[in-house]
Design a protein around this ligand. Structure first.
Ligand code: ATP
Length: 292
């Protein structure tokens, strides 16, 4: 299978500055990502899992082209990613819908930006609304639909302009457990129907094993890829109760074994950060972040 995305020796360091009136002092830079290497195949469902603060969103921002690596590069179809583009659709944890637009208008938005003629735009939008199971809700505004439905709209909107890759940053984290499970299986159905390459970020182990064909486990900060596991379930959706399948339980345990030390380290880092914020010599750090 062809490589769709190639992440090569990617590092990301954030330079931090402290404001001292008219002077700025450089503080210890934060190394968020260190030597990330990962190949994602065309049509693959790749999940990246890691503890809080390990750099998952930083990596997704780089894939989206919203920021640039401090060193290394990311290739999409062999070409370096240099900025955001409609070849990548993004679904964030927060719904990011236009509150003043209906479901239909939200989904049509990307198509408008792409210059798709009105009639075709409507037909496409309606077919994606149907694909995500929202037929009948075309004229509802975001405040009139549930959180799960909003995420369905966000997915339809991202898919409508036919991106090469769908980037998903903890898209179901804000949903209740039942809605999350429903949307996970819906997402697998949508993935099978559209054959998109998906990179899905989460800190949920079960979610990772349920969704991913492969799961890349990250270390605590600075984030590195600790191991990439194959998840060998062919037809996940046909399995009645995949989560109780002994093989599933074994894989979930394997991911947990890889993650547990990283989670403890991440918690220690969090504690140190909190203590720092009470240290008067460090507490006047304000904004002033410079990307490195
Ligand atoms: N713009 C920035 N300036 C300085 N530090 C940053 C910046 N963005 C992220 N960081 C730091 O880089 C590290 C990685 O952050 P990131 O948000 O990518 O982690 P994450 O794995 O997505 O975390 P979470 O699961 O909690 O969302 C963190 O220590 C964070 O504080």
């Amino acid at each position: 299978m062809t490589t769709k995305i190639s992440i090569q020796h990617v590092q990301k360091t954030f330079r931090i500055q402290r404001n001292l009136g008219h002077l700025k002092e450089d503080l210890q830079p934060i190394s968020a990502l260190q030597d990330i290497n990962l190949e994602v195949k065309q049509g693959e469902f790749m999940v990246i899992v890691g503890p809080s603060g390990c750099g998952k969103s930083t990596l997704l921002d780089l894939l989206a082209g919203l920021t640039k690596p401090s060193s290394g590069q990311i290739l999409l179809d062999g070409k370096a990613i240099t900025g955001p583009n409609l070849d990548r659709g993004i679904v964030f944890q927060q719904y990011a819908l236009f509150p003043w637009k209906t479901t239909l208008a939200n989904v049509e938005f990307g198509l408008e930006a792409k210059g798709v003629p009105r009639k075709e735009r409507r037909e496409k939008a309606l077919s994606f609304i149907n694909l995500v199971g929202l037929s009948g809700f075309e004229n509802r505004y975001p405040h009139e639909i549930s959180g799960g439905m909003k995420q369905r709209v966000a997915i339809a909107r991202s898919l409508a302009y036919d991106p090469e890759v769908l980037l998903m940053d903890e898209p179901f984290a804000a949903l209740d457990a039942q809605t999350r499970e429903t949307l996970q299986s819906e997402l697998l159905r949508i993935w099978e129907a559209t054959k998109k390459t998906i990179i899905f970020i989460t800190h949920g182990i079960e979610e990772a094993v349920y969704l991913g064909q492969r799961v890349a486990v990250m270390t605590s900060r600075p984030g590195r890829i600790k191991k990439v596991l194959d998840i060998p379930f062919q037809a996940r959706r046909n399995e009645d109760d995949l989560r109780s399948n002994p093989e599933f339980v074994k894989l979930r345990h394997e991911v947990w074994e890889l993650l547990k030390d990283e989670v403890s380290k991440a918690q220690e880092q969090e504690k140190a950060k909190t203590l720092d914020s009470f240290d008067p010599s460090k507490s006047s750090i304000k904004g002033g972040v410079v990307n490195g």
